[in-house]
Design a protein around this ligand. Structure first.
Ligand code: SF4
Ligand code: SF4
Length: 91
């Protein structure tokens, strides 16, 4: 048995979210909802970290991270640099 359930948190870039509902539709756990036309992690405790939302979002507006995650060299080498502000990644 896991001593502690893994917990995830979401980074939402509201500026880039266009409320297309794709991430909401693809989330298998109904974690996400749209609020005022932007995605919102309504039930983060249900998130299993599958990253379907992150991978399906056409606008890179949502990211999923494991709480307490240590950045590992090379692990996410093909994805965005989370230390940069979004402006830096969108030219
Ligand atoms: S990582 Fe998976 S379970 Fe968590 S919000 Fe995204 S789609 Fe839903
Ligand atoms: S898929 Fe991306 S743009 Fe569409 S609602 Fe989700 S976060 Fe917003």
């Amino acid at each position: 048995m896991d001593e502690k359930k893994k917990e995830y948190f979401h980074i939402i870039r509201e500026r880039y979210c266009k409320g297309c509902n794709i991430c909401v539709a693809f989330c298998p756990k109904q974690v996400l909802v749209l609020k005022n036309g932007k995605v919102f992690p309504e039930r983060p405790q249900l998130c299993i970290g599958c990253r379907a939302c992150e991978l399906r979002c056409p606008d890179f507006a949502i990211e999923v991270h494991l709480k307490g995650e240590q950045p590992e060299e090379g692990r996410d080498s093909d994805s965005v640099d989370y230390t940069l502000p979004p402006e830096a990644m969108h030219g």
